[in-house]
Design a protein around this ligand. Structure first.
Ligand SMILES: [Zn+2]
Length: 326
């Protein structure tokens, strides 16, 4: 049931991405005909986010028979109740050897602490199960760290310089999901890489982050906005215009009066200012409006705006039963 709802959100995001594809490719280099392409978010340490249309990386999304992963120990970082009545956050690691499981635990705990301290997760932190799958790698670290060409034998094949972008931290998604599914429940997955270099990436309900980099946890917080809340991006590429129909996401609209979030208009918002209809969002500068000037869905190190906050609150609480958060 919970996986199906994540898939539905994922499908909605894919549908939104497909709409975007047909309209413009603002940051795309001209690909060779037939090259599989995909949108990828690229995050900067200063908090800015851009979306780029890039060749699909070589790593498999379908599990090859030779890639069936080993059974791993699942560690409980926090248990709050039956998975059927809780939100299950699953951490997995890559580039941690058998003797580095304590380091993985510390890195995962730090990312969870950061998520748990931010709204609205802080409200529900005692009603979330947090699991860590002790994925053991043969070698320590990730590929292309500190520089391209450095290769390591790791369980999830994580690598920086994905698509020639230094901070884009990709992995073998099929292997990652198979490991994550060893946890008792899965509502969101955070894959922690054993590197101190700033980096990360989003794969719908799965995000990657640099384990030893304190800034990279923000990437997971932004991606959870997509996968848990179905929120749209609120940043845009200058010079782009959207001309399609109304968007599915609760925080993006083609209506310049912001009627989609009418009851919020004029209210103050945690990211500053008041809720309104600000032009620019879901990658387009013109034709789409967002609820606030600069929320987490636009820039890292910011809170959700009031609209996003309530959407997230409802989405998380919907997975929780058998206890009151009050
Ligand atoms: Zn995003």
């Amino acid at each position: 049931m919970r996986r199906r709802s994540i898939q539905r959100i994922g499908m909605a995001l894919l549908a939104a991405a497909a709409v975007s594809l047909t309209l413009s490719t603002p940051t795309a280099a001209k690909p060779d005909a037939g090259t599989p392409m995909q949108w990828r978010e690229v995050f900067s340490p200063d908090g800015t986010i851009t979306k780029m249309y890039l060749p699909r990386e070589q790593t498999a999304t379908q599990l090859a028979p030779a890639d069936v992963v080993a059974q791993a120990d699942v560690v409980t970082i926090q248990y709050s109740g039956l998975s059927s009545q809780r939100f299950d956050m699953v951490f997995i690691g890559d580039g941690y050897t058998a003797t580095e499981m304590d380091t993985l635990r510390k890195h995962a705990q730090a990312k969870w602490d950061e998520i748990a301290a931010s709204a609205p997760w802080n409200k529900y932190k005692s009603f979330i199960n947090v699991w860590l799958v002790n994925v053991i790698s043969n070698e320590s670290g990730v590929d292309n760290d500190p520089s391209p060409g450095v290769n390591r034998d790791t369980a999830l094949d994580m690598y920086l310089w994905c698509n020639n972008i230094e901070r884009l931290l990709c992995l073998n998604e099929a292997k990652a999901r198979q490991y994550a599914n060893q946890a008792p429940g899965v509502d969101a997955i955070v894959a922690v890489g054993n590197t101190a270099k700033y980096g990360g990436a989003g794969y719908r309900d799965l995000s990657t982050v640099s384990g030893a980099n304190v800034l990279s946890g923000q990437i997971a917080l932004h991606e959870l906005g997509h996968s848990v809340g179905g929120l749209a991006d609120e940043y845009y590429t200058p010079g782009t215009t959207y001309s399609g129909g109304e968007l599915l996401a609760p925080n993006a609209t083609t209506d310049s009066t912001g009627q989609k979030w009418a009851s919020y208009l004029g209210r103050s918002t945690p990211d500053g200012g008041v809720i309104g209809a600000y032009q620019g969002g879901e990658q387009y500068e013109y034709g789409i409006y967002r609820p606030s000037q600069d929320s987490l869905m636009r820039s890292l190190n910011k809170p959700f705006n009031l609209v996003g906050l309530d959407v997230m609150d409802r989405a998380i609480s919907a997975k929780i039963s058998g206890g009151s958060t009050g």
